[in-house]
Write a protein that binds this ligand. Sequence first.
Ligand SMILES: Nc1ncnc2c1ncn2[C@@H]1O[C@H](COP(=O)(O)OP(=O)(O)OP(=O)(O)O)[C@@H](O)[C@H]1O
Ligand SMILES: [Mg+2]
Length: 230
Amino acid sequence: MAGAVLIAVRGVTKVYSRGGVDIRILDALDLDIAAGSYTALMGPSGSGKTTLLNLLGALDRPDAGAIVVGGEDITTFDDGALAAWRARTVGFIFQLYNLLPVLRAIDNVALPLQLFGLPRRERRRRAATALDLVGLGDRMEHYPSELSGGQEQRVAIARAIVTDPTFLLADEPTGDLDPTSSTGILDLLDQLHRDLGKTILMVTHSHTAAERAEQIVHLENGRIAPGEAA
Ligand SMILES: Nc1ncnc2c1ncn2[C@@H]1O[C@H](COP(=O)(O)OP(=O)(O)OP(=O)(O)O)[C@@H](O)[C@H]1O
Ligand SMILES: [Mg+2]
């Protein structure tokens, strides 16, 4: 079950400027994510869910506010420190998998380990372990084009966990899948949470998917709507 606060988002504001007009997507947003928790983030299209995930995963920086992870405010890190932190700490899962088509499954999964200075053999060994875990031990040498959508997403999840990150950020991980494949992916996320103790934040438009999480939070008007815990 959930423990101490792992991620504390405090007063985070993100403004996009377009055509000379500022749009405040996130407006002094506060959110706590407990270590070992599984949270679903819902909200209308355009409400800023992906924007928030990108900030939590240090793919982007807020205009104001603090993002404190394990006691460190990552908004104070310089770009180099932030990239190193991201590689160690965050696993990303995207709606459209984002696999590299020219690489076999095992090499897609091994890719994030290149930043860790491990020999190729060790990278492939760890990638094979991750692919076994997601049930694709028999598809390691397949290219993404030779896999189903559900299998591609499993490869993407293996890639997200191969570095043993502190938390997983999933942006509509079942958004492009049929119901059966979706259920398989949600079962896998349950397993990562329950058996491996992974902290998961999942954006979804699906109530069926959101109900798998321990808590559901709603993004509205740039903030987390109060009192919506599941
Ligand atoms: N790089 C950018 N430059 C300008 N505006 C942006 C940029 N990225 C996102 N936006 C705007 O910010 C708003 C929030 O976008 P975001 O992608 O976070 O929404 P979302 O909640 O993830 O929506 P969806 O459910 O459709 O994925 C949108 O109005 C979008 O047009
Ligand atoms: Mg989005």
